[in-house]
Design a protein around this ligand. Structure first.
Ligand code: NAD
Length: 500
């Protein structure tokens, strides 16, 4: 069992075996809250490892697609039970490798559990449809068919939940998998893989290659034996993925960056909105694709909101996520910390007012990690770079507005379209907002974060390419509609001609 006590050197999972990368190289996985702590060494895989994983997946597909979906689902159900049993250990592993506080990593594992149970249920559903034929003695139906080998590339911020969003629907639909998780958080994917292997998944059905993007992710993109590709990560890399998948016509699913907003109307429950903005802005250290990195506040309540919000942010306890008192952990790595620091300088140079924060935290034990102060810029305008670009850190920009229409314009005035929220007690404004906000997810009187697995998840514009993760929508990506006609008339019947 892989926990804090697991061996320090981990391996790829190919064709049901744990194997070293062919090149023999490894990547260090270190705790971002304490760089002295080595969580483990993971394979630095390359093209040959990926090819072996693809070959194994291709070969396993021949049998796996014929396993009845309810039987495939039973394996998922067993995996969910294992995850439930190991939830605490896996959450602690996750906090060590990514810094997210324990209550949140427990939530991440829980999300994987929820998704696994949800898709186990789909083993006995996956409904198609039957329709009457326009011709006599003819039967017509549409069924879901598996597609083949699914390539998956995942980010570090939800290291068990996001792989589970892809792996579980792909498996229950009858596909086989090659998964390349983020280099910063391989242990959580290792743990998920371990649970599925112990649940009885046949060799080759799920293959996992660890390593960095260009070496271990890119070889999947133009591989003709990979039939579909699901990517979650930055918009920048998503564009590379999309272009690389095009020549082989891979079905390609992209979930990318966000610049999400909470709109606070003048009739909002202000205390609730402040609580939501703190959670939405600084939960997961602002490193959620759905993080509320912008808060638009009606001018009538702007002064009071800013004062109370800043007071509340000042009290946030930053530290190691394993400490139960900690409310916000570190940035994932040095590069991410540097990005945050550079955006603080950009915000200042653009004329935004720094109300709190703005510095790296380096006193005492914090010096060992990549910690940054929770930071709030106020008096921003929606066009500033800090209000347009994804920072992916603990930085919130507060933007005053005068009317509902102006708020919607600010909300929609970014290139991303993942999540948006409005705090109001006016039911008409709430309904107009959900209609007019150009995002894939809208919340009313709740922050921009908090997705549940049985509903579609994804974004518009530069956030996504039209597919959705989770819910029944996930089945649409991992299966193909096959339309089947049975003619039992014993004669040639021509559609549109003989029926006229
Ligand atoms: P990233 O784009 O740097 O990396 C994502 C994955 O792509 C990693 O596994 C990485 O190794 C791989 N990769 C990098 N270069 C590659 C290449 N050339 N070819 C193939 N694979 C490559 O993103 P990240 O820093 O891991 O995650 C943060 C980003 O993810 C943010 O932009 C965030 O908004 C986004 N995100 C989006 C969602 C969503 O559902 N919309 C969810 C979580 C995170």
């Amino acid at each position: 069992m892989a926990t804090a006590f697991a061996p320090k050197v981990f391996k790829n999972y190919i064709n049901g075996e744990w194997v070293e990368a062919r090149g023999g190289k490894t990547i260090e996985n270190r705790n971002p809250a304490n760089r002295n702590e080595l969580v483990g060494m993971f394979p630095a895989s390359g093209a040959q490892d990926v090819q072996e994983a693809v070959d194994a997946a291709k070969s396993a597909y021949k049998k796996w697609r014929l396993v009845p979906a309810p039987k495939r689902a039973e394996m998922l159900f067993r995996a969910a039970e294992i995850l439930v049993e190991r939830k605490e250990d896996y959450a602690r592993d996750m906090t060590r490798e990514m810094g997210k506080i324990l209550s949140e990593t427990r939530g991440d594992v829980q999300e994987a559990i929820d998704m696994t149970y949800l898709m186990a249920g789909e083993g006995r559903r996956q409904f198609g449809h039957v329709a009457p034929s326009e011709l006599p003695s003819k039967f017509a139906m549409a069924v879901r068919a598996p597609i083949g080998v699914a390539g998956m590339i995942t980010p570090w911020n939800f290291p068990m939940a996001i792989p589970s969003w892809k792996v579980m629907p792909a498996l229950v639909c009858g596909n086989t998998i090659v998964l390349k998780p983020a280099e910063d958080t391989p242990l959580s994917t290792y743990n998920l893989t371990q649970a599925l292997a112990e649940a009885g998944l046949p060799p080759g059905v799920l293959n996992v290659v660890f390593g960095d993007g260009p070496q271990a992710g890119a070889p999947m993109l133009d591989n003709p034996d990979v039939d579909l590709l699901s990517f979650t990560g930055s918009t920048e890399v998503g564009r590379i993925v999309s272009q690389a998948c095009a020549p082989t016509f891979k079905k390609c699913h992209l979930e990318m960056g966000g610049k999400n907003i909470i709109i606070v109307m003048d009739d909002a429950n202000l205390e609730l909105a402040i609580e939501g903005a703190v959670w939405g802005g600084f939960g997961t250290t602002g490193q959620r694709c759905t993080a509320a990195s912008r808060v638009g506040v009606h001018k009538k309540v702007y002064g009071e909101f800013v004062e109370k919000f800043v007071e509340r942010v000042k009290k946030l306890k930053v530290g190691d996520g394993v400490d139960a008192a900690t409310e916000m952990g570190p940035c994932i790595n040095e590069q991410q910390l540097k990005t945050v620091m550079s955006y603080v300088e950009i915000g200042k140079s653009e004329g935004a007012k720094l109300a709190i924060g703005g510095h790296r935290l380096e006193s005492g034990a914090l010096a060992k990690g990549w910690f940054h102060e929770p930071t709030v810029f106020v008096d921003c305008n929606g066009k500033m770079r800090i209000c347009q670009e994804e920072i992916f850190g603990p930085v919130v920009a507060v933007i005053p507005f005068g009317t509902f229409e102006e708020a919607i314009e600010i909300a929609n005035g970014v290139s991303y379209g993942l999540s948006a929220s409005i705090y109001t007690r006016d039911v008409n404004k709430a309904f107009r907002a959900q209609r007019d906000l150009e995002t894939g997810i809208v919340y009313v009187n709740a922050p921009t974060i908090g997705a549940e697995v049985h509903l579609p998840f994804g974004g518009t514009k530069n956030t996504g390419n039209g597919h959705r993760e989770a819910g029944l929508a996930a089945l649409d990506f991992y299966s193909e509609w096959k339309t089947v006609y049975f003619d039992y008339s014993d004669k040639l019947q021509r559609a549109q001609i003989d029926s006229a």
